[in-house]
Write a protein that binds this ligand. Structure first.
Ligand code: ADP
Length: 268
């Protein structure tokens, strides 16, 4: 990635983003202060879309990394690769972002191993540095660089939590499913269904969200509603679309499926 230019990471077209509270101005202030940010909330509620939108709005390149449990520090920072002329260093996405002054978005950071999260520490305090130990180089982050991580607090119980020493380096914005009228507008916009149809889908989701902790780990997300709407737009009957995009993916428990199917049945 050494030849990476900033332009390739710029977002040209404005991403559709509907503000839910006052997160846009708060994020702008955080970026102006170059405060590392954590966006917290359940999956599929708009965190990634928000970060894309902010990168576009601030005219900053965006480099996104989907974290997973096999990810090593080298995957973020970079490594030596063998080629015909010998070994050659290749920057990882975090290094590229620090060099070019991008917003680096580490999605689902808790998925990464703890030794991986430690490499971000010197980038998130006054030092704003990134040591490339294997290469013997210390990078001073570009003045425009900012680190953003996403985090789903709902998974905390399953031993997935961030260490305090990591958490306390970030400002945080809480995300949740948007309030009803906004969510209806988002589902209609993103899937193409009518507001009427979107309202029904949101109502089903609201019922499922009341089941969180009573048999469901998470309620139906905005993303799932958009999938259901997209199927309906393709001509799938609403009950079948809801079964396929909402009920079947979220639970294998027969009683829970019955309860959700019944909720679908009240609207279709
Ligand atoms: P997360 O990163 O929280 O898992 P995403 O950002 O991928 O979730 O959101 C899932 C989808 O929901 C997005 O692709 C987008 O279509 C839609 N969405 C959710 N919230 C919003 C919002 N406030 N404005 C516009 N679209 C949204």
């Amino acid at each position: 990635m050494n030849s990476d230019s900033k332009e390739q990471y710029l977002i040209e077209k404005e991403p559709y983003y509907k503000e839910v509270h006052d997160e846009i101005s708060l994020y702008e202030a955080a970026y102006a202060a170059r405060l590392p940010m954590m966006v917290k909330g359940p999956t599929g509620c708009g965190k990634s879309r928000f970060v894309e939108y902010m990168a576009w709005r601030l005219k900053r390149p965006l480099i996104t990394v989907a974290c997973n449990e096999d990810m090593t520090a080298s995957d973020l920072v970079g490594r030596f690769l063998l080629d015909k002329d010998g070994t050659k260093w290749q920057d990882g996405p975090l290094t590229t972002a620090a060099r070019i002054g991008a917003i680096c978005y580490l999605d689902e950071i808790v998925e990464a191993r703890q030794d991986t999260t430690v490499v971000i520490h010197p980038l998130t305090d006054h030092r704003r540095t990134l040591p490339l130990d294997k290469k013997g180089e210390l990078i001073q982050a570009h003045p425009d660089f900012q680190l953003v991580i996403s985090f789903n607090p709902g998974y905390q119980s399953s031993m997935k939590d961030l260490k305090q020493s990591t958490k306390q380096r970030f400002g945080a914005l809480d995300f949740s499913y948007p309030e009803r009228t906004i969510e209806v507008e988002i589902v209609a916009h993103e899937s193409g269904v009518s507001e009427d149809m979107a309202e029904k889908l949101v109502s089903i989701a609201e019922r499922s969200r009341n089941l969180k902790g009573h048999g469901l780990d998470e309620g139906l997300s905005t993303r799932m509603l958009i999938y259901a709407g997209a199927l309906i737009q393709k001509g799938v009957a609403p009950i079948a679309a809801c079964s396929m995009a909402l009920v079947r993916p979220i639970t294998d428990d027969p009683d829970m499926r019955d309860a959700l199917d019944a909720a679908v049945g009240t609207f279709f």
